[in-house]
Design a protein around this ligand. Sequence first.
Ligand code: NAD
Length: 477
Amino acid sequence: MPPPAWKADIDVTTSDLDRVLTGCRTAAAHWGSLSFGERERQLRRWANELARSRADVIATVREETGKPQADAELELLVGLEHLTWSARHAGRTLRPRRVSPGILAAEHQARVERRPLGVVGVIGPWNYPVLTPLGVLAGALAAGNTVVFKPSEYTTETGRALVEAFDRANPESADVLRLLPGGAEAGEALCRAGVDKVAFTGSTRTGQAVMAACADTLTPVVLECGGNDALIVAEDADVRAAARAAAWGAFSNAGQTCAGVERIYVVQSVGEQFLAALTAELAPVRAGHHYGRLTTPQQEKVVRVHVEDAAANGGRFLVGGPESFRGPGLVDPVVLTDVPEDRPAVQEETFGPVVVVRLVRDLDEGIARANAVPQALGAAVFSRSADPSVARRLRAGMVSVNGILTFAGVPGLPFGGNGASGFGRVHGREGLMEFTSAQAVTARRLHLTGSGLTRLRSPWWKHRALRALIRLRHGRD
Ligand code: NAD
């Protein structure tokens, strides 16, 4: 694993923003007028170029985030799957759709057209600096928008690698995807710059600031914010599979996964068995080997505060303890039990290699507790008998049954949450629609007498016809 390469918030000016935006605005007219097939070709060339230059991209990701090689490779693979899915499906998803004109406009043809918005501002996080932006950029670009992309200040070079690969693959499409390096200041400037939509991925607190900044210009936003996801283990679960999934969901990427497992509710009757299986699964796991470091110093502080607060308020260490904090960014797995439900480790996103486990009476109590936090991003249930309908009872934008984070790897599924986890969706059909506006179009195809219903100088029969229509279609006197 590379040594820590934490970066301070780089001090950038936003004087370049106007120039970048003007370029993207000009390019939007051309890019938006291309056929879906042509955009697909260019996005596929981009994917090919990223695959070809994967060694460099992965080395940059590892240097900036501290991820192990396999994690960075998996991230690139999933990102490319999303990119090519959006490229392939944009045409079918966004093509004009005929709708019935209804009785009042029977002589017209009616259709919905999905139009690109123009220029989209994409603000990214550092935890998945390839996958997260690619999933968003794929939808925005395939739908016909150009993009100003501001990566996290901690992963600027990874963001640059993505943009440069696009330019190398498609030299004819300069200004379709432009990089805006910088931190909070650059992000806020982008929100106020008059782009046609801002797609933000990051913490809930920053999401609120983004929405406030965008409100001034009525710029629409899609907010992909933090999660606090629960895994529920029912009494008929395959307990060993649940424990394996819990370990992956809570600790991969050092727990810095928006839809990672932060809380586990296990039905009492299998509690002991589950805790033993989870402990065994984690026994050999070490930071720096099985997963990387915490990427930013601030994040390590939050994790430490949550763990210390939980321990001071009755929480017990099942795995790890204060000794888990082994030096800059390296934190071995911590599993806490008996943490009161009102503590930050339960109510807030910890975003580190820490998980809290609570035994519950039954599946119903597990679901009620899972739903009792402000965030509503993802959730998971392990049960041999539960069918996918269990998802309806969970307040979450995404649910895996007998799996963990499975939804994130399915390019056709929308990704996003509700409540404090934000709103709007990326990925899949919904992620393409998110970056378009619906235009309603009618076109006359016949001239019938019914058109007299919408004439200022009414024909003699208008009132009689209207009364008859109301009675016939919506009830009798
Ligand atoms: P962050 O909120 O600190 O920063 C996110 C981005 O916003 C960065 O690019 C940052 O420079 C920018 N920014 C900061 N202040 C801004 C402002 N005032 N105006 C505009 N932009 C501003 O988040 P982070 O620490 O980079 O990422 C971790 C968070 O992201 C976690 O909460 C995680 O759950 C969340 N996340 C969510 C998803 C999702 O899809 N729901 C995916 C990945 C990460």
